[in-house]
Design a protein around this ligand. Sequence first.
Ligand code: ZN
Length: 224
Amino acid sequence: MTATIVAHPTTASAVPDATVRTSVRVPLSFADGYATEADVMTFMGLVDGKEHLLLGLGDWRGALETARAGGEAPLMRPHSECLTGDVFGSERCDCGPQVREAVERIAETGGFLAYLRQEGRGIGLYAKLDAYALQDTGLDTYEANRAVGHADDERDYSMVAQMLGAVGADRVRLLSNNPDKASQLEDLGVHVEAQVPTGVHLTAANARYLAAKRDVTGHLLELA
Ligand SMILES: [Zn+2]
C-alpha cells in the first residue's frame, strides 16, 4: 500500500525564511478603555529590511495548535501603519477604529495582527499628506496618489508571509475588506481560508475615502 501525499495547494517557499528575533509581552490599553496583552515579535530576515511587527493576541499558540490539528485557521489582519489615523485619531481615514476593532476581535479567538511599516499605502508619510492636500481639491485617494507620482497602492505583503511562516502559520482567516490582500497572500504561499469583513467605520470626514475604496479597489464595504 502506498501512502498518498496530498500536496498543500500552496507552499510557504514563495518567500525567504525569516526568524523571530525577540518576543516581548506588552500590555495594551486603548482610549476607550479596552485593554489586552500582546506578544510583540520582531524578526530577522524580512525582505525589505524594515521593522515590521507581528502581535500575537489572545491564545494565539492555542489557535496555531487548533489549525495544526486540522481545525479553523487563526484570525489575522495585516494593518499598514497610519501615523495620522493610528496615533492621532485622524478622521480622514478609518485606520484607527480598524486597528482597535482588529485587536479585540483577534484577541477573542487567538491570532495575529501584522503591523506593517508602509505608511500611506506604501507611498510614505509626506507623500500621503501631499495627496491629502490634492484630495482637498477634489481628487479621490487613488487619483491623488497618482498625481503625486505613485501607484494607487504600493503595498507588498511578502513580509507578512515571512512573519507568519516564522511562527508556523501557513493558513489564516483574513480579517480585511481588501480583496488585494487576500490574493497577494495566496500568491505568497499563505492559504487564506476565509476573508472575514471588518466593521464599517463611517464618519462625515471619511465618507469619500471609504466610497473610493469600495468603488476603485473593490473593498467589501456597505456604506449607507
Ligand atoms: Zn489611515
